[in-house]
Write a protein that binds this ligand. Sequence first.
Ligand SMILES: C[S@@+](CC[C@H](N)C(=O)[O-])C[C@H]1O[C@@H](n2cnc3c(N)ncnc32)[C@H](O)[C@@H]1O
Length: 264
Amino acid sequence: MTIKKLDVTIGNVNEVYDGPGGILWEMLMGDQIHVGGAVETDILAAKSGIDPDSHVLDVCSALGGPARHLARMYGCRVTGLDATVRMHEEAVRRTKEVGLEKRIEYRLGNALDMPFPENTFDVVWGQDAWCYITDKKRLIEECARVLKPGGVLAFTDWLETGPMTGDEWLALNTFMVFPYMETLGGYAALAENAGLEVIEKEDLTPDFADNIQMYLDKVQNEFRQAIVENYGQDMYAEVERGIALWRDASAAGKVGRGRILARK
Ligand SMILES: C[S@@+](CC[C@H](N)C(=O)[O-])C[C@H]1O[C@@H](n2cnc3c(N)ncnc32)[C@H](O)[C@@H]1O
């Protein structure tokens, strides 16, 4: 089956996270750049059984907020992999600043070609980032390859959850610079096909719309002036329009979020 994709490259994603996009998402979400912040990280950690003996690979680790949280709260080792230089450098700097560099290392690299041998990690982890990845099949195969036998793949992601017109699909993905989004069932099938056993899959769409509304409120109230002053009125209008589009699509059940756990 041919998957409909926007022509997004890793270079386009790097432009987002090297530039104002990365700053904007940190403003709205904090240094854990995903829906639900530390609470969601703790839920995923509990479900994946992370303990002091675990070695976790965070695929698309961005600023390293989740890596530091995991190392601090659970005493585990974390390796963070991200393809954007600013994210990588900030993650290294912030981790050193809080003295966690002995338990966390970061690698600059592409999730589609992971610089790790097979059977390396107890947990392969991702939070709200794989929507940027151009080939989800290959991504999940890479995750399965680097997981140890018995290890757990644990991730959340933004998903396509309902029918939409071609124009809606284009506008939603273009604003976010996503090549395409998976469905929850699509991800489960990719995990099974990569030889993993899906142990849990949860549709988190119901509270997704509330979160997107919260980000829109922050843009319109708390950060409006800062965005206009730093990036201009046109950029502000574009951000407000794009997040409102996502708010409407999520309220209509067309886009959402899910959590998957699978064992090798
Ligand atoms: C939403 S942020 C990730 C947030 C992070 N998981 C967290 O919870 O803080 C998306 C990140 O994915 C990274 N990324 C996107 N595509 C990638 C790829 N193919 N390989 C590695 N990193 C990628 C971007 O550089 C960016 O830092």
